[in-house]
Design a protein around this ligand. Structure first.
Ligand code: SF4
Length: 304
């Protein structure tokens, strides 16, 4: 996912401000959305902790898999304080099945900073949110838009794809953010961001965009003709490296085992699945220890 802390580019904003096609796009998507809006449980919440957990979980995990995990996680950690007071290992345990365990660790660190430095209340400015551990430009704006209902735009892979196709150009990060910010109807930041996310997820999809029946076809610069401008555009995720046989798989396997029991350092090569490669074993184990995903208690590994 594209990550940049830059704010919008005001000169580009002027470029888009009077574009009637963009204004029409906003009207079309807003009219399309209410009947097809995805029923996601976190959309009923304006609690920044609940919103943050949903956003962190939904990065890199499919939404239908996130829903039961989000509910279970918030049952155990209903407040940022409850998460901050728990051990990181308890959050990692509940992350089972979501993958990318580092996200649980980052959530724990974020909760601790919110409690220690903000009195348990989430800060409200972009700069303060970006300063929290594990929070990047997308997540910071998502908390602002979906918890505080601010008029800021989120640019994830869905939105980035839609914007590039709409303009029929591969966008730089600043331009994409500026364009996205300029589309937000005043006072409707929450609704607009949900609508364009759903539009990207269900109409302007990555592999088979529904251009022939798309309500925005008449204002779309690309409309499925020629090379897809979304490839390589800001915010649009790129192909992930192969998981099977990777260090990431080995890291995940050790964490999975540690959810059930501690593991002796001497046995870690077997858990990783590469007993004949001690250098690799050492490298992967060191990375887990350095990240704080795993702790070494006198030769026995455990979750933190
Ligand atoms: S016409 Fe096709 S490319 Fe353009 S917004 Fe609609 S689905 Fe996306």
């Amino acid at each position: 996912m594209w990550q940049s802390g830059d704010l919008s580019d005001s000169s580009s904003l002027e470029l888009y401000a009077d574009d009637p096609a963009l204004a029409r796009f906003v009207d079309v998507v807003r009219a399309w959305w209410p009947d097809v809006a995805r029923d996601l449980p976190w959309r009923a919440s304006r609690d920044p902790w609940e919103v943050l957990v949903s956003e962190v979980m939904a990065q890199q995990t499919q939404v239908d898999r996130v829903i039961p995990k989000w509910e279970a996680f918030l049952e155990r950690f209903p407040t940022v304080l409850s998460a901050a007071e728990a051990s990181a290992g308890e959050l990692i345990e509940l992350w089972d099945g979501l993958g990318y365990n580092r996200r649980a660790l980052n959530l724990h660190r974020c909760a601790q900073v919110v409690v220690a430095h903000h009195g348990g209340e989430f800060p409200k400015t972009l700069a303060e949110l970006l300063a929290l551990p594990g929070i990047g430009p997308y997540t910071a704006r998502a908390v602002m838009a979906f918890a505080f209902e601010d008029d800021v735009a989120v640019v994830d892979t869905n939105v980035g794809r839609v914007l590039a196709r709409l303009r029929n150009e591969t966008l730089l990060p600043k331009t994409a953010q500026t364009l996205a910010d300029g589309l937000v109807p005043p006072g409707a930041g929450w609704e607009w961001n949900q609508a364009i996310l759903d539009f990207g997820a269900s109409v302007c999809t990555k592999r088979s965009p529904g251009c022939s029946a798309c309500p925005a076809r008449s204002v779309c610069g690309w409309a499925g003709v020629g090379a897809d401008p979304a490839v390589g555009s800001a915010g649009v995720s790129t192909k992930q490296s192969t998981f099977v046989g990777s260090d990431r798989e080995a890291r995940g396997e050790l964490v999975r085992r540690l959810r059930a029991e501690s593991v002796a350092v001497a046995d870690v090569a077997k858990v990783f699945g590469f007993v004949d490669d001690p250098e690799r074993v050492e490298r992967v184990l060191k990375s887990l220890l350095r990240d704080g995903m795993v702790v070494d208690n006198d030769g026995m590994l455990a979750l933190p």
